[in-house]
Design a protein. Structure first.
Length: 402
């Protein structure tokens, strides 16, 4: 009787008690949990799919429960333990409270139906409040970073553009834990942390397109290459009058980024790098760790933020003349990469790779200007060939893309 009481008290402290069943890797329905199963095999049958074999194929459900429960308690808590206040006996935010089944459904875990029911039933409480690490006002790290980036966008678009590093506390909202300069440091730190760097070797093909009209064409480096500063309009990554080199990794991407509705005529230039260029590669964000890998929650949050952040800066906006206000945040970020970010004390960034929003799977490349004022764009890359493309109608355009 004493052992039963001890187990009951332990279960009360941890908030759950595991079903006395065995589960196989297939039935847990999640790669990380499957590795836990396969690392703790102790049975030759599965209680859920009823598979029997002559070798060990399953483990006690109790072995996966600490990971499942750890994740659950990362996102949900008992309202009374999470600090949720009451008003005249009623919970403030009563509408936020959910039951165990709906809470688990929100985590997106797809496993054997009976296992799902057993896990939900294993929890002794059935009223849960979405929160961060047990605190009802807590914010998960990827949300905290999202708030900070959104605050940076508001600040640089509508409050201050050139002195945002000297902002005061009241310049950003109370839920923004990171000031503008800090979120830029965090972004650069994660670039190094997740190794989102790529050296572009000499000979790398770059493609650039300009729209032409009539019999006109662009055939020379000065015509097809980056414009001189006095002609450089504001772009996604460059401020006005600061010339960046916009290219694509493929002809298709270059055309889709520039092409107007047919009929249209284009000059397509093939450039090649002459020197190696170190680039930040925003197209190689790693997949986030499993939601059940409780030791890598910070990595997961960082990657979730990075994916949403890259999507935000790659989304096209409608141009409104030369001053494109919606591009200001990404322009500042690019200058931060170009002027401030260091891989090592003496290693600078020369380019930025980001996904094309107009050609899914395509990659855009921004080459930053040469740092030496005596160098020109011709020291970085050269024009190898020019192709005239005419799309007389949609059929010819579709044929090019196929």
């Amino acid at each position: 009787m004493g052992l039963v009481k001890d187990y009951w008290m332990e279960a009360q402290d941890r908030g759950w008690t595991a079903p006395e069943k065995f589960v196989c890797a297939e039935c847990v329905g999640e790669e990380y949990l499957a590795t836990i199963v396969n690392s703790n095999l102790s049975a030759d049958y599965c209680s859920y799919c009823n598979l029997h074999k002559e070798t060990l194929i399953a483990t006690e459900v109790e072995n996966i429960m600490p990971y499942v429960a750890g994740t659950f308690f990362h996102y949900f808590a008992d309202p009374s333990l999470a600090g949720l206040p009451r008003d005249s006996g009623e919970w403030v935010g009563e509408e936020l409270i959910t039951d165990t089944v709906d809470a688990f459904l929100s985590l997106g875990w797809e496993c054997h139906d009976e296992l799902f029911e057993d896990v939900c039933s294993a929890f002794m409480n059935d009223a849960w409040l979405p929160c961060s690490d047990g605190w009802w006002l807590g914010v998960h790290e990827h949300i905290r970073r999202t708030y900070a980036w959104e605050g940076f966008v508001r600040l640089t678009k509508h409050k201050t553009r050139y002195f945002f590093l000297n902002h005061r506390q009241e310049d950003f909202d109370s839920h923004e834990d990171y000031p503008p300069a800090k979120i830029l440091e965090i972004i650069c730190g994660d670039i190094l942390r997740f190794d989102m760097l790529k050296e572009l070797p000499p000979g790398t093909d770059l493609y650039r397109v300009r729209t032409t009209h009539g019999n006109a064409s662009f055939d020379t480096f000065s015509e097809l290459g980056p414009p001189p500063p006095h002609l450089a309009s504001a772009g996604r990554m460059n401020p006005p009058a600061i010339s960046y080199g916009y290219f694509a990794y493929s002809e298709r991407t270059a055309v889709l980024e520039v092409c107007e509705t047919p009929p249209t005529e284009l000059s397509l230039g093939n450039f090649k790098l002459k020197t190696p260029v170190m680039a930040i590669d925003l197209t190689c964000i790693p997949n986030p760790p499993s939601i059940f890998d409780v030791e890598k929650m910070l990595d997961r949050d960082a990657i979730l933020f990075f994916k949403s952040f890259v999507n935000a800066i790659a989304t096209p906006v409608a141009k409104k003349g030369k001053q494109v206000i919606d591009y200001v945040p990404s322009q500042i970020l690019s200058e931060y990469f170009y002027q401030i970010f260091r891989i090592k004390a003496d290693q600078l960034i020369g380019a930025l790779l980001y996904p094309s929003s107009l050609d899914p799977g395509g990659i855009n490349i921004v080459i930053f200007p040469p740092r030496n004022i005596l160098d020109s764009w011709e020291t970085v890359f050269e024009l190898r060939s020019v192709k005239k493309i005419i799309f007389e109608n949609w059929e010819s355009f579709k044929e090019f893309l196929s």
